[in-house]
Write a protein that binds this ligand. Structure first.
Ligand SMILES: NC(=O)c1ccc[n+]([C@@H]2O[C@H](COP(=O)([O-])OP(=O)(O)OC[C@H]3O[C@@H](n4cnc5c(N)ncnc54)[C@H](O)[C@@H]3O)[C@@H](O)[C@H]2O)c1
Length: 322
């Protein structure tokens, strides 16, 4: 089976999808659709062979296209992804899957009924460092999980259609869900809006998972420097993944406390830099999508994974509004 792809939405992130898909598929990236027809010039710079349209129906009615990547703004994901599934296209939709979990549920049902793949762009689950962390945790190298926190901070792209929680935190919720292999039993959140009224620039989400595993997620687009850092604490060791640093991105610390003859003793040795394969996460994500279609596999970030992330976002938003 050959993948014949369309990318819908070629804004800032969508163009990354277009360039990556062209690298993987070449002429089998058939078309790109964006309601903003001036986007054609960006697409032509990638290849003049790619058809450009500002009419989604051109993609939907092209029976040769069997897969689409939806990278439009979040509030349109449900409508666009649903139309694509109903036109029998396999769908990779950007995060967040939809804005309401009922909508996500509907997309999952349609994809199941039609035996189509529904995958969501939780790109960090295709980052080799995150996969390495997961392997190390599963091998017991840091012992029992105790605490995870994630900082995703930057003087970033400020959005008006969504707050920082919906823009940044899907990545962190997805990672913590993947590393713990579970869903939170308690969710709390606080935030503050400074730049735009009622649109939080900074939020702190507190999560409690089964087996006394705790986590927090601090996200902000009102921050003087970029920091993407995930810290995982276990009872035998600790992992730090700092994607925003130039080198030594993944470190393993054999640090912690143990009880020896009834007293608490600290163990504290230097860190070890952990190497992992150099692979581009977005390329890995797209290859996984194509592999799942061709070999009928369940995507790592399928609709169910994404709906679980969305549930956490929805409850966090309720807590922010209290
Ligand atoms: N996975 C990641 O790391 C990551 C990073 C950035 C953005 N994103 C997600 O990617 C999506 C796009 O983000 P962006 O930064 O590129 O936004 P953007 O606003 O730059 O681009 C969105 C594009 O979609 C087009 N569009 C809107 N509605 C459309 C429709 N109905 N049909 C066709 N085109 C339509 C717009 O004209 C625009 O060009 C968002 O959902 C965002 O959350 C994901």
């Amino acid at each position: 089976m050959e993948i014949k792809l369309a990318v819908i939405g070629c804004g800032k992130w969508g163009m990354n999808h277009v360039k990556t898909a062209y690298k993987i598929l070449n002429k089998n990236l058939i078309s790109v659709c964006d309601i903003n027809s001036s986007a054609i010039s960006k697409v032509e710079q990638v290849s003049k062979e790619i058809k450009f349209t500002s009419n989604l129906d051109d993609v939907l009615n092209d029976s040769g296209i069997n897969a689409v990547i939806v990278s439009t703004s979040a509030e349109t994901h449900f409508d666009v992804a649903k139309k694509c599934l109903l036109a029998n296209k396999n769908v990779l939709v950007e995060k967040p899957i939809t804005l309401l979990s009922a909508e996500a549920f509907e997309l999952i049902n349609i994809s199941n009924e039609r035996k189509l793949k529904l995958m969501v762009g939780h790109v960090l689950l295709y980052h080799p460092a995150v996969l390495t962390m997961k392997d190390m945790i599963d091998e017991g190298l840091i012992g029992n999980l105790q605490y995870i926190y994630s900082n995703r901070l930057n003087l970033g792209t400020i959005r008006s259609e969504e707050n920082i929680l919906w823009s940044f935190a899907p990545h962190d919720i997805s990672i913590i869900q993947f590393l713990t292999g579970s869903k939170p039993v308690y969710i709390g959140a606080k935030g503050a809006a400074f730049v735009q009224e009622k649109i939080e620039d900074t939020t702190l989400t507190y999560l409690k998972y089964p087996n006394n595993v705790h986590a927090h997620i601090f996200v902000s687009w009102l921050h003087p420097f970029k920091e993407h850092r995930v810290v995982v604490i276990g009872d035998k060791g600790m992992l730090v993944f700092q994607d925003s640093s130039k080198n030594e991105k993944l470190k393993f610390y054999k640090k912690g406390f143990s009880i020896v003859n009834g007293s608490i003793e600290k163990f504290d040795s230097d860190y070890e830099v952990i190497s992992y394969p150099e692979k581009a996460p977005l390329e890995e994500e797209q290859k996984h999508f194509f592999d799942c279609i061709i070999n009928d596999k369940t995507p790592r970030t399928d609709g169910v994974h994404a709906k679980d992330v969305l549930d956490v976002l929805e409850i966090s938003q309720v807590k922010l509004n209290e």
